[in-house]
Ligand binder design. Sequence first.
Ligand code: DX5
Ligand code: ZN
Length: 229
Amino acid sequence: MSFDRNIKIAPSILAADFANFGAECQAIEAQGADWVHVDVMDGHFVPNISFGPATCAAIRPHIKTVMDVHLMISPVDPYIEAFAQAGADFITAHIEATPHTHRTLQAIRGSGAKAGVALNPGTPADAIEHLLDLTDLVCVMTVNPGFGGQKFIDMTSKIRRLRDMIGDRPIHIEIDGGVDPKTAPLVAQAGADVLVAGSAAFRGGSVSNPAPYGENIRQIRAAAEGVWV
Ligand code: DX5
Ligand code: ZN
């Protein structure tokens, strides 16, 4: 997988039909998704439960692009191998969920996956200063994790600070929460390249009527790239 800073839209299947994940992944990719974002929640680190590694393994054959697994679980370390075995390309852990984040990122890379670290809205950019050499992706949460469809929290100053800290290193900046055509330009201008979108990507469409997915993705991408449609 080669590195670039082009805008990538990563729809979150948290907003898809849970009874139809395979077909939903195929539909969203056919409609222009660059990555597929997979939100794993444990009812402990966050107040909601979604699904685990068995579901990730089941949907993997239906994803041709990048499977981007966002772990909102604590502890993290005992489950890394299971998500790597399930076929995750990126495994992202929250810095707030794992006391030895340095070890966790090493373990993720050791499993063969790319290592991501996520920051809740209240966590400063500087918290990951000493982790950058072990990091392939920084996920800046623009909502408090746990649910889709929440209101965007402005984190542009944090994104700018991270962009400066990262410099030339091949580290993605991903934004997660409340991304839509209005908020996408703010985060893209600040330096983000991966935009997760749940409700704004899946709104109005379905497996039997997937065209709205494509229109939603096009609008978010065009807004992020500076062209309003
Ligand atoms: C929040 C999740 C997000 C969320 C995004 O805990 O990590 O990925 O599903 O959904 P929207 O785009 O609806 O805010
Ligand atoms: Zn997420």
